[in-house]
Design a protein around this ligand. Structure first.
Ligand code: SF4
Length: 210
């Protein structure tokens, strides 16, 4: 099967098996809560982040409270998400930037978002997808692994993968690709043991040798 055919087949099958609306697995009630939850989700599961943020956002209910937070106290508050020194430092700095540079209003521009402390393209694209509904491709660990396995991309670099996927995929699929591949990665194409025999994508997967 040629790459274009593989892509068409993959998109149709994903739409057949998984929801076609963008779904965010992180808990949040406003834009900066999603930004901070996404920063905390690096190298951590969404479930763990959600457990932490449900309490955290009660303790720090405003951007101002994050901007003026005590660093070592915030570190302890988010310790269980891992890499908590950097995450806490970045959250405090990003809260300050949002207040001083944007009057507390989240920008939607990718360059402005990625200029915030601790915000790379993945985090920026999560915000663009779920807050601003701007077509964006979030390349997380599932998207990276599965698109490589399928033979749609051939790279370890999330930014290269994002640009390649933007070139190859119709814009209407960008937002939901992440939601659908997370679902697929959690249920079938697991990192340690992909269930290729029972995978509905095996008809278009370059790695499948069945
Ligand atoms: S066939 Fe195997 S490697 Fe390919 S997407 Fe399915 S589970 Fe993943």
């Amino acid at each position: 099967m040629r790459k274009n055919e593989r892509i068409r087949s993959m998109l149709a099958l994903l739409d057949e098996h998984y929801p076609t609306e963008d779904k965010c697995y992180l808990y949040y009630e406003n834009e900066w809560q999603l930004l901070f939850a996404t920063i905390m989700s690096a190298q951590c599961t969404d479930e763990r982040v959600n457990t932490v943020t449900r309490e955290l956002y009660k303790k720090y209910p405003t951007l101002e409270s994050f901007a003026s937070a005590d660093l070592s106290e915030l570190e302890q508050d988010i310790r269980s998400t891992g890499f908590y020194h950097n995450k806490a430092k970045n959250i405090i700095a990003a809260a300050g930037q949002l207040l001083t540079e944007y009057n507390g209003v989240m920008p939607s521009d990718i360059d402005k978002l990625t200029a915030l402390a601790g915000v790379g393209r993945k985090t920026a694209n999560v915000v663009r997808t779920h807050i601003f509904h701007i077509p964006s491709i979030v390349v997380d660990t599932h998207v990276k692994r599965i698109t490589n396995k399928l033979g749609i991309v051939d790279s370890d670099d999330p930014v290269k993968i994002e640009f390649e996927l933007m070139r190859l995929l119709p814009k209407e699929n960008w937002g939901r690709l992440n939601t659908q591949l997370i679902a697929h990665g959690r249920s079938i194409c697991k990192a340690r043991r992909p269930d290729c025999e029972n995978c509905f994508l095996n008809v278009c997967c370059k790695s499948y040798k069945g």
